[in-house]
Unconditional design. Structure first.
Length: 155
């Protein structure tokens, strides 16, 4: 089962450029990711018991349970696909920090956005399900981003 401390520990080690003796498979297992028979991934913490507490504590319990049961596996290869260019190096970007996120450390989110020189919005107390628990604030960020595209990028 994934816990915030396990995820945060591995993420922060990677963030600081440190080394860990854990294998990628062990990290995946600790994060609650398992491969299915067809090569997709499944998060074990997405159960109706863990999901509301970790992923969506700011949603009504019934809604969080529905979302947990609606999760679909991601293709396993997305976690190992090499990237050749980071769009944020040449294009403007926007980011929203979910201040109460228990899936991705909010300090790490801030660091990502600072590094990318993203236009950053912080929503205190918001969970990883920020798009659903704070839809108007998320929509406002998207609207600002879309409207700024007509303007020249400032980097």
């Amino acid at each position: 089962m994934m816990t915030r401390s396990t995820f945060t520990r591995h993420t922060e080690i990677a963030w600081r450029g440190g080394q860990t003796r854990s294998t990628p498979r062990l990290i995946a297992e600790e994060m609650g990711i398992a491969l299915t028979y067809n090569g997709s991934t499944m998060r074990r913490h997405s159960s109706r018991w863990q999901f509301p507490k970790l992923f969506a504590p700011d949603l009504p319990r019934e809604r969080a349970e529905f979302v947990a049961l609606s999760q679909v596996p991601a293709a396993a290869q997305v976690f190992g696909t090499p990237l050749t260019a980071a769009a944020w190096k040449t294009k403007p970007s926007w980011g929203i920090v979910a201040g109460g996120d228990q899936i991705i450390n909010p300090d790490l989110e801030r660091w990502y956005y600072e590094r990318a020189k993203s236009h950053t919005t912080v929503i205190p107390g918001a969970s990883h399900s920020i798009y659903e628990s704070h839809p108007k604030q998320v929509a406002a960020v998207i609207t600002r981003a879309a409207r700024s595209i007509d303007q020249p990028a400032t980097r």
